[in-house]
Ligand binder design. Sequence first.
Ligand SMILES: Nc1ncnc2c1ncn2[C@@H]1O[C@H](COP(=O)(O)OP(=O)(O)OP(=O)(O)O)[C@@H](O)[C@H]1O
Length: 225
Amino acid sequence: MIEVEGLCVSIGSVSILEGIALRVEAGTTVGVVGHNGAGKTTLMRALMGLLPARAGTVRLCGAEVSRAAVQARVRLGVGYMPEDRRLVPNLSVRDNILLPMEVARRADAAASLDRVLDWIPELRPLVGRQGSQLSGGQQKLAALARAICYGTRILLLDEPFEGVAPALVERLGLVLRAVGGTGATVLITDSEGENLRGLCAHRYEIERGALRPAPEEAAHARAHA
Ligand SMILES: Nc1ncnc2c1ncn2[C@@H]1O[C@H](COP(=O)(O)OP(=O)(O)OP(=O)(O)O)[C@@H](O)[C@H]1O
């Protein structure tokens, strides 16, 4: 489960996120849709502990982590796929996928790699290659594999569909549905929202650092108040 209340994040002296409230029930997939510069990446980085919270609380899997370091979140089973993939170019795909688990000293690395390669078998023949030798689409799959590998309970996926060819959009969607089916809690951002169709139980919209339920969600909430 992801529970966020009153989250405020600044970069330098500039306030980027103001009073974010967000709730993702355990085992559900929820979307955050917003234009470029709306604050999606800042939100994901703050949830992962890569940016400090100026105010507010973040609870992941029931644990209060508002001030906790990235490694503590990794140890809880929180995985993050950055928008720009961030593979280490001169490390093999296998080592790229396992790196966060090793840094966080998680013991279940080998079994997790095998589990992930069952989900994304097209990476099996590529695990010995260097990150830099993969195509852009293959790098997206490797970055997703890395997040799934250690994100056994929560997955934070920042614009996984951005800049991806239609065939790969479909493939990523299938993998994400399969992962969602395992009981993982998934938060996924997208600039258009089209790609989230059929994938998310609920959606939020983000605009200029403010998050609110998407209009259809708000109408539903009012109807059931
Ligand atoms: N290092 C930084 N210094 C100053 N401002 C920043 C920095 N990083 C992001 N911002 C600003 O924070 C706001 C939110 O950026 P963010 O990257 O979170 O948006 P986004 O929704 O992920 O957009 P995109 O899809 O373009 O990455 C933008 O106005 C951006 O200019």
